[in-house]
Design a protein around this ligand. Structure first.
Ligand code: ZN
Length: 382
């Protein structure tokens, strides 16, 4: 079978006019060139020594979990099990001016100086390798391509397969595997270049999107609704009472949840917090920071792929109600390769109109079956 991404690069413009192609996937192999290797010597030396001390104290050898295999697992699964209604397009690097809408010029200069080097950026294991700065520029640019495609009506929805991820990156700081805040760059682009006034960012990654929160803390033009595992889980922010400030007060909505939360709890949070928030905000565009680490195999929360399908359907319904169905998804975390790749596929299938199963508490159907099987044994009736 032909590799679908290669095939799509030529014919995407025409294909997108077909009513069969509702969902655009942005994929770019330059993002595979971000590959920090912990065995390399890193700059700066002092931070390197500090990180080494932490890593040497671990019982198991640590490998950089945000590795190129994450994207490969997704593309291989989509190649092995193609979905109807999906088209593919390459990303592009975000320009300095586009990044500077959410990051300071001095931060961008610092990152630019690290081009082609191995360096730690933060003690919480954000690192760059040769190729990383370009990969990060392409990740942010891919989120922009996704938003442009849906605003221009070339697709109903889009999913940018970004790495490095973005939602921990603050205006002046790389954190948590993130260099540039991809979803924030896309939201700012939508407002400043594409005529959107109110952008809703839904963050369902298991970790709080501290960077997105910091960037739009005082902005009433971008509402962040963030579902995450509660502090002290990394990064430790996202408290219920953190609601934004100044003109942005009320436009940051945090939903801290216990690690035990599963599909039913998350869907209830969507229905009882996200839906009324979106109805009040009236977005003209919805962006999703889509991390797949809430999946139970990633050990942060207790969701299944049916949970992601239901969450995606709620986003679709909100988008249909408020903004002509326009929703763009941006990949954040997710480190268990099967859970991640199946999760992305489940979201794409739902976006393309796939059916969504009703959620039940795991085990309930089996309990009913067992009860029916045994019922006769405890009854005197024939
Ligand atoms: Zn995460």
């Amino acid at each position: 079978m032909q590799y679908p991404f290669k095939e799509a690069k030529d014919g995407v413009g025409k294909a997108m006019n077909s009513s069969d192609d509702k969902v655009l996937v942005i994929h770019d192999e330059r993002m595979l060139q971000h590959r920090p290797d912990v065995d390399e010597r890193f700059l700066p030396g002092r931070l390197d020594r500090r990180v080494r001390e932490i890593l040497d104290g671990l019982a198991v050898k640590w490998h950089y979990p945000e590795h190129p295999g994450r994207l490969s697992a997704i593309t291989q699964r989509l190649e092995a099990n193609p979905l109807p209604g999906i088209s593919f397009r390459e990303g592009r690097p975000a320009s300095n001016a586009e990044l500077a809408r959410v990051h300071t010029r001095s931060y961008l200069r610092e990152i630019d100086r690290l081009r082609d080097q191995h360096a730690w950026l933060d003690v919480d294991t954000t690192a760059v390798s040769p190729g990383s700065v370009e990969a990060a520029e392409v990740a942010a640019g891919s989120a922009i391509v996704a938003v442009e495609a849906i605003i221009h009506g070339e697709a109903q929805s889009a999913f940018a397969l970004c790495r490095p991820p973005g939602h921990h990156a603050e205006s002046v700081r790389a954190r948590g595997f993130c260099l540039f805040n991809n979803v924030a760059v896309a939201a700012a682009h939508a407002r400043e270049a594409l005529g959107c006034e109110r952008v809703l960012v839904v963050d369902w990654d298991a970790h709080h999107g501290n960077g997105t929160q910091e960037i739009f803390w005082a902005s009433p033009g971008v509402m962040l609704v963030d579902f995450h595992r509660a502090a002290p889980f990394y990064p430790g922010s996202g408290h219920l009472t953190d609601v934004g400030a100044g003109l942005g007060e009320g436009y940051t909505v945090n939903v801290p949840l216990p690690g035990e939360v599963g599909d039913l709890g998350m869907l209830r949070a969507f229905r009882e917090v996200l839906v009324p928030a979106a109805d009040w905000f009236q977005p003209d565009l919805i962006l999703v920071s889509a991390g797949f680490d809430p999946h139970r195999l990633d050990l942060c929360m207790n969701l299944t792929h049916d949970g992601f399908r239901n969450m995606t359907r709620v986003i679709q319904e909100l988008a249909a109600q408020h903004c002509d169905g326009r929703a763009a998804f941006v990949l954040e975390g997710g480190y268990h390769l099967d859970a991640l790749s199946q999760g992305v596929r489940a979201v794409l299938e739902t976006l393309a109109g796939g059916s969504v199963p009703e959620l039940v508490e795991p085990g309930y159907p089996e309990v009913e079956e067992a009860a029916a099987f045994h019922r006769g044994a405890f009854s005197e009736e024939p």
